[in-house]
Design a protein around this ligand. Structure first.
Ligand code: NAD
Length: 443
């Protein structure tokens, strides 16, 4: 994937919604100027924290890792956003991701702002012990700037419930120490409330039912709502780039909804199975082999005759109805956008389409369902987890999924209506909705 600066892409996306918002003919000059001042404040994060994390490696040597936590905007509530482990993490990437989180939480109408964290590391090069020490180190390093009413992190690329568990543990240690300083002891109830500082936790640590698959399920709900508006029905096919948490789950839910997923890929390449892949068998095969090639699993068997290998680039250009980028930023660029044959793009990754590619797809008449709407199911169930911990409740999966369906339908409807009202693409519409809600909350 290319090295296009994601923060510049994010700001360029904001520009179009900014113009629509500020150029509202019903506003006076003074009102326009006041709005512009607020929007200008939204172009920079409120706080950027740089951390260095020393880790003693298994061979006794020390390695110092670089990490970030960016707190973009908290006008609507505590900062909220995941923590990414990747060798390409950069400050501009974390800034972009935290900005998108602020917009996403507003589109989903959650009482939360936007934040994001990251560590520059290839976690595949670490042992489990080294990964644990790094995660605990990061948890301790950011402990002073997070909390249930301040900043609520979660998993992102290459992080999961186990890693959240280590971080929660470190965070609680610092909070117990602080309480002791004032002669206090934390009760079990205090600790449960403090655990709401992290979401995406394992169920045993206070996690929510349905969180792991929430981004994928939310994506399906949004897709179904928009397909209805587009009047796109019948036997549909899809290709999905990425086969991690989000990629696997969207493949599973598309398949369950009767949409045939003919191709899927990960960082090592992809597979094309014209009869439609079996998600569970493909995952099992990939886990066994370590890669997708040869995992041509369809129906109830995996058979080499059922499929062939495809590159990540070729996957994006397959003749399918729905293209789902679910890996990293900048997958769809001005180089390949013209070659995309899909009728609709469902952005499950954050920032997978560059602004130049957006223009090409718009001209081609290919609607792009934007990330800040499509993948907002994850943060929505994270918000449910936060709420459950704060209230000392535990909701059933059926309760969680019902609330998620309701939130996603409302968000998709708001974005669709804004696109109709302003005669614009879905991304600009989503930004208009988010911007309106954030500006209303800003002082
Ligand atoms: P993950 O680490 O579980 O999976 C990432 C997947 O992308 C892996 O299959 C990896 O092999 C693949 N990948 C990496 N580089 C690739 C490349 N160059 N080409 C093709 N595939 C590649 O991460 P995830 O949680 O599934 O996150 C995926 C995307 O979804 C990210 O953009 C993330 O920010 C976004 N997202 C995640 C969540 C969540 O709840 N986890 C919520 C909203 C958005």
């Amino acid at each position: 994937m290319s090295t296009i600066n994601p923060f510049l892409s994010a700001m360029s996306q904001l520009k179009k919604a900014e113009q629509v918002t500020v150029n509202n003919k019903q506003l006076t000059g003074k009102q326009k100027a006041a709005l512009q001042q607020k929007i200008d404040r939204l172009k920079q994060p409120q706080r950027v924290v740089n951390v260095t994390i020393p880790v003693i490696m298994d061979d006794g040597s020390q390695q110092i890792f670089q990490g970030y936590r960016v707190q973009f905007n908290n006008s609507r509530g505590p900062y909220k956003g995941g923590i990414r482990y990747h060798h390409n993490v950069s400050l501009d990437e974390v800034k972009a991701l935290s900005f998108w989180m602020a917009m996403k939480c507003a589109v989903a109408d959650l009482p939360l702002g936007g934040g994001k964290g990251g560590i520059i590391v290839d976690p595949k090069m670490l042992s489990v012990g080294e990964l644990e020490r790094l995660s605990r180190g990061y948890g301790e390093a950011i402990a002073d700037i997070i909390g249930p009413d301040t900043d609520v992190p979660a998993p992102d690329v290459n992080t999961n419930g186990i890693i959240m568990g280590w971080m929660v543990d470190e965070f609680l240690k610092t909070q117990r120490k602080k309480a002791k300083l004032f002669g206090k002891t934390l009760t079990k109830r205090d600790e449960m409330k403090l655990k709401s500082t992290f979401t995406g936790k394992a169920i045993k640590d206070g996690g929510s039912e349905g969180r792991e698959e929430a981004t994928g399920l939310g994506g399906l709900f949004v897709l179904q709502a928009i397909l209805k508006k587009l009047r796109l029905k019948g036997k549909l096919t899809a290709a999905v780039q990425g086969f991690g948490n989000v990629g696997y789950n969207i493949v599973k839910f598309l398949d369950e909804a009767g949409i045939t997923v003919v191709a899927v890929s990960d960082s090592k390449g992809g597979i094309y199975v014209p009869d439609g892949i079996n998600p569970a068998l493909t995952l099992e095969c990939k886990k066994k082999n370590g890669y997708l090639a040869g995992c041509y699993c369809s129906g109830s068997v995996c058979d080499l005759k059922k499929g062939k290998q495809v590159t990540n680039d070729a996957l994006l250009e397959l003749p399918v109805d729905i293209l789902v980028p679910a890996a990293l930023e900048n997958a769809v660029t001005q180089e390949n956008a013209g070659k995309i044959k899909a009728k609709v793009v469902l952005e499950m990754a954050n920032g997978p389409t560059t602004p130049e590619a957006d223009v090409i797809l718009y001209k081609k008449g290919v609607p792009v369902i934007p990330d800040i709407l499509s993948n907002s199911g994850g943060v929505t169930v994270s918000a449910f987890e936060w709420e459950q911990n704060l209230k000392g409740q535990h909701w059933t999966k059926a309760q969680v999924n019902k609330k998620l369906a309701h939130k996603m339908a409302a968000a998709a409807e708001a974005v669709w209506q804004a696109s109709v009202a302003h005669k614009t693409d879905l991304r600009t519409a989503a930004f208009i909705v988010a911007l309106g809600r954030i500006l209303k909350a800003m002082k």
